[in-house]
Design a protein around this ligand. Sequence first.
Ligand code: SAM
Length: 345
Amino acid sequence: MGASGKMASFRLPPLPTIGDIIKLYNLRAQKQLSQNFLLDLRLTDKIVRQAGNVRNGFVCEVGPGPGGLTRSILNAGAAQLLVVEKDTRFLPGLQLLAEAAPEKVKIVHGDILTYKMERAFPKQLAKKWDDGPPDVHIIGNLPFSVSTPLIIRWLENIANRDGPFVYGRTQLTLTFQKEVAERLTASTGSRQRSRLSIMAQYLCNVRSCFTIPGRAFVPKPEVDVGVLHFTPLIQPQINQPFKMVEKVVRNVFQFRRKYCRRGIEMLFPEARRLELAEQMLLTADVDPTLRPTELSISHFRNLADAYSKLCEEDAGLFSYEFRDELRQKKKQRRTSSTIEEEAER
Ligand code: SAM
């Protein structure tokens, strides 16, 4: 794609409505691809406004489907729009849009979970990490089945400054099942506080934009939908590798109703569990009787730092997973009871 700032006041010519496109190409929603379409262009315009100023910008839309949000992005004046769609049935309708916006739209038939966005836009768009966000935006009304694995992948990309973040602090405007959106934005002490809250908020400023009622979609999903905007932070709030933070956070939240000490113990092999968990909590200066939901990001920063220190002292510690130990024990128990049964025969 070439960088071009011309045609800033672009408007799409009159086109068949999204409803007509759906009828014309017989685009019945497929459940296995979590297809719920937005036909109301005022709503899709509202989503695009949350992305900030996309005029003359470079945008990637994930899962354009019949193209409602796609039209809003083009009408907002994006210079270049790359759409990544998995379902071939939508390609002719998207082609129609591409023809109505000459040289602006690039259609990729592919899976956003494997698509390499680092090569999608011109290198000269890249900004230094501590500068303002680049003129690259990712916008999408995501399939629910893809949104959680995708945001986790992109958070890891933010931590490593790769993938869509080779251009700098690329901003994301995405939809999530409302319950997931609430988890991503949940503050310390709230009922929805979870692994996703910590992972998203230590790396990004996450803004809850608005909720779209389920009835606005065709077909109507069972749940409402939350629109979120993510801006990667210049300085992550935890300065440890993503995988290390993820491991600490995952273990802490696996017993979300218990004291946080319980999950922290699971970071360590049974033989030294209590001793090392106590040492980690002391070093981190975290009250062991706080519940996981009561821990702030700075608590997690201290915990990740303390765990990293223990891993430096014991090279094998980081690869320890208590579920593997559990599985191994079960296997051993099964083997020894089989041996006993055979000996009895
Ligand atoms: N953006 C459209 C709208 O707002 O009406 C469609 C939204 S629908 C919830 C999700 C879209 O993502 C569908 O078009 C679906 O085919 C597409 N999709 C599903 N999984 C995908 C994947 N892994 N990569 C790219 N597109 C995907």
